[in-house]
Design a protein around this ligand. Structure first.
Ligand code: AMP
Length: 467
């Protein structure tokens, strides 16, 4: 059942602008968000780039500004106060969003301006002085303006946090909180985030009033071109199964997801020991090291890139032949994000998930989001339900809490397999290369909360203030 933009309640000026863009019907996030925002609701939306989220908040925001009060006739900041503030993590995104504001608002008498760091501040001061209804900004530079009193947010009616998870990843939380403190209490709040970590929920709890919740999958993420498959397997045999899949399928370029940085490191080390070129990519590595890893991966010298969700988010790698979920993500939307990296632009791709018994609730959540079951196939020789060999039963247990661990607390908590893949190897099976035993690693499956617990400083960039 397709809807038109005008059926969502958008004015003629806005539907005209949309038609000029060539959009015939709203995307799912637009169909859900637009009426809610027009009704004045606070919104918490799980939507990534590519879903049409920008128009999803920009169109109703423009309409609310136009209908809430007649546009100011004069110029100057006093007569044209900032009424809508859109915060984004990076200058590129800010520029993109502001361009959308201009595009969709082209038939409306509203004015927007763009504020980000790393460039001369004076032209921005001039623009702010001339007045703008809509301010699109990165947090660091906006704070500079607020401190210098060259921007005033006392009349903001609508606040948008776009890609809020990325802003937190980049360490902007304190800046955001300082900005929030300068906004009027009565306002509409819209929070868009690709993932919902505990930190995002915390931010949302303090910010949003009775929010409407929207969660949509990435557009075409579930492309038919991506073959999705689950391999049920015991935790303690996951690494061995991965090695087996790599060699039997002759996979040359594989992005493997783990939940935690430590798990990513450990797995990469173990693969290297097994003679497979692998690198872990995470925020503890310097930018040059990450770039090197990525270049090697793209060039084919690194066969396996092991990444956490957050580390992978900033990576420009798409259209991969193989994505492996070594561990399922705690947040179902992250699964969609992960598999969205394969099978793009006409190329076929394969998304494989190694799923232990303890992860079945996570799999159920993912299938609920996808509204379908993922094909499940046991790999011969890797049938689950086998006890680990005696030597691997009681390695030290890492004690950081995580979503899965919490979910599994209670009845399951004592039965969590306590051996990381490959920490001490079980007897070799025919055709499976088994690396020498490594030190007694903690279990990677249940040790932490992955995206939810990943350090917000993970992606703190040197240009943080510049946004
Ligand atoms: P976004 O998720 O906001 O980054 O948008 C992703 C892309 O989808 C942008 O290039 C938009 O121009 C495009 N887009 C947004 N809304 C629609 C729509 N209703 N129909 C087709 N394309 C759209």
């Amino acid at each position: 059942m397709s809807q038109s933009f005008s059926q969502l309640g958008l004015s003629a000026e806005l539907t005209r602008a949309v038609a000029e863009q060539g959009y015939s019907e709203p995307t799912p996030v637009q169909a859900q968000a637009i009426p809610l925002i027009l009704a004045g609701r606070d919104v918490l939306a799980g939507a990534q780039t590519g879903t049409g989220k920008t128009a999803g908040f920009t169109l109703p925001l423009l309409q609310r500004l136009i209908t809430a009060a007649p546009p100011a006739s004069g110029a100057g900041a006093a007569r044209r106060p900032v009424r809508a503030l859109i915060l984004t993590p990076t200058r590129e995104l800010a520029a993109q969003v502001e361009e959308s504001v201009c595009t969709y608002g082209r038939h409306l008498p509203l004015r927007s301006t763009l504020i980000y760091g790393g460039v001369n501040i004076n032209p921005q001061i001039d623009a702010l002085r001339r007045g703008a209804d809509i301010l699109v900004a990165t947090p660091g530079r906006l704070l500079d303006h607020l401190q210098q009193r060259t921007a005033n947010l006392a009349q903001v009616e609508i606040l948008v946090l776009d890609e809020a998870d990325r802003m937190l990843d980049m360490g902007f939380i304190r800046d955001i909180r300082r900005i929030l403190a300068l906004l009027p209490v009565r306002r509409q709040n819209l929070l868009f985030s690709a993932t919902f970590s505990d930190e995002i929920r915390q931010l949302a709890d303090g910010l949003l009033h009775a929010p409407a919740l929207i969660e949509v999958a990435r557009r075409n993420a579930e492309s038919e071109l991506v073959a999705q498959r689950v391999h049920p397997v015991d935790n303690w045999r996951k690494r061995e199964l991965l090695t087996h899949l790599l060699s039997s399928g002759d996979w040359r370029q594989v992005l493997v997801f783990t939940r935690m940085k430590s798990g990513a490191n450990r797995l990469a080390e173990q693969l290297c020991k097994a003679g497979i070129e692998a690198t872990a990519i995470h925020g503890n590595k310097s930018q040059p090291a990450r770039t090197r890893a990525l270049t090697g991966f793209k060039a084919g010298t690194v066969r396996v890139l092991v990444a956490t969700d957050i580390a992978a988010r900033g990576l420009d790698i798409e259209e991969l032949p193989h994505v492996v979920n070594f561990e399922l993500p705690n947040v179902p939307a992250d699964y969609v994000h992960r598999i969205g990296r394969t099978g793009r632009a006409g190329s076929t791709g394969e998304a494989i998930s190694l799923v232990s018994a303890e992860e079945k609730p996570l799999l159920a959540d993912i299938e609920k989001l996808l509204t379908r079951r993922i094909e499940s196939r046991v790999v011969p020789g890797f049938e689950p339900g086998q006890p680990p060999p005696a030597a691997v039963v009681n390695p030290p247990v890492e004690r950081s809490g995580g979503d899965l661990q919490r979910r599994n607390s209670g009845a399951h908590s004592r039965s969590v397999p306590s051996r990381p893949p490959g920490s001490v190897t079980p007897p070799a099976r025919p055709g499976v290369s088994v690396p020498p035993a490594t030190r007694g690693n903690p279990p990677s499956q249940h040790a932490g909360s992955g995206a939810a617990a990943a350090s917000p400083a993970l992606f703190r960039s040197p240009s943080r203030r510049g946004g």
